[in-house]
Ligand binder design. Structure first.
Ligand code: UDP
Length: 331
């Protein structure tokens, strides 16, 4: 398949590009490199550009004779979405709708969308099935849900097929240690834990110790980034014209913040300095996927079923690349 991957130089995007290429697909990456990394993708596949320019996107769809789009490009900081909703509605919704419309006009047959468990808001049942009510509690989740609806409506009306993947917590790094997580600023728990382990930051703060969970800290479902990438490859093959299916992508097991820190200490053999702090706004106490649908319908089988294995790959990446994709001098 000839596939356009927007945001393909980002964390999940780059792992997916690698697997799509390995599966024999013809991949074009569109990335503005605001948060993506040139070093994370093959140079000859990368087009540096912005979704803001719909005519440019159109020309790319035509020139590369694109048959399928995997749409990652988006902003993904929940807290920032609360203070700067305009950025999120413009980038995550407006530009995504422009892209979808150009895909329709150019006859693109398949569209895979990166959605999020943030569309569920504060879940009423855990583990969360795809049929659970979607009531986001922040602008980020609202933009993801709004686009989910648009994609479903488009596929109902036009000869386009869609797949919505609702990610839980992406984590870990490529097994060979050559790709991994590198955000600036880094806000995610696992990279911060390893930064604290090696003294790059003085400590990691636990956001809230008074949640209604066994140890008082938030519980999340951490899914390995390569397993997440594999879900996109399966989704592309399974898409049917006129249909749009949504899948949770998580391993279906929850780990608390304290469990993550304890397991990370075990993995790296160091003590991780910790401070206890207040809750972070917008964090539901427990987010765990019911991922039976993707296992059953797409045959998705995660290679990493436990947190420890995921953390080992993250630690391996961090040790080899303490400054991410850039050399220390560039930071
Ligand atoms: N978290 C924390 N300290 C940090 C960063 C995150 O305690 O410095 C917690 C956060 O409250 C959440 C979990 O770790 O419960 C995972 O957060 P992360 O930012 O990694 O992913 P998110 O759940 O926001 O996608």
């Amino acid at each position: 398949m000839r596939i356009l991957v927007t945001g393909g130089a980002g964390y999940i995007g780059a792992h997916t590009v690698r697997q799509l290429l390995a599966a024999g697909h013809d991949v074009t990456i569109l990335d503005n490199l605001h948060t993506g990394h040139r070093q994370a993708v093959p140079a000859e596949r990368l087009v540096v550009g912005d979704l803001r320019d719909a005519d440019f996107v159109d020309a790319l769809l035509i020139q590369k004779r694109i048959e399928a789009v995997v749409h990652f490009a988006a902003y993904a900081y929940v807290g920032e979405s609360v203070t700067q909703p305009a950025r999120y509605y413009t980038n995550n919704l407006l530009y995504a709708l422009q892209l979808l419309e150009r895909c329709r006009r150019q006859g693109v047959a398949r569209f895979v969308f990166s959605s999020s468990c943030a569309t569920y808001g504060i879940p009423t049942t855990v583990p969360i099935p795809e049929s659970a009510p979607q009531q986001p509690v922040n602008p980020y989740g609202n933009t993801k849900l709004a686009f989910e609806r648009a994609l479903a409506d488009y596929t109902a009306a036009y000869p386009l097929g869609g797949c919505i993947l609702r990610y839980f917590n992406a984590a870990g790094a490529a097994a060979d240690g050559t790709l991994g997580e590198d955000h600036t600023p880094e806000t995610h728990l696992i990279p911060l834990v390893f930064q604290a382990a090696v003294g790059q930051i003085p400590f990691v703060t636990i956001f809230g110790t008074d949640y209604p969970t066994p140890d008082g800290t938030c519980i999340r479902d951490y899914v390995h980034v390569e397993d997440l990438a594999a879900a996109h490859v399966l989704a592309l093959d399974a898409i049917q014209p006129g249909h749009c299916r949504a899948y949770n992508v998580g391993i279906g097991k929850g780990y608390s913040v304290r469990e993550v820190i304890r397991t990370a200490e075990d993995v790296c053999g160091r003590t991780i300095p910790v401070r206890e702090g207040p809750r972070r706004a917008g964090d539901p106490p427990v987010l765990v996927a019911d991922a039976t649908r993707i296992r059953r319908e797409l045959g998705w089988t995660p290679q990493y079923e436990h947190l420890r294995g995921i953390l080992e790959t993250a630690w391996n990446w961090h040790r080899r690349h303490p400054h991410g994709f850039r050399a220390p001098a560039d930071r």
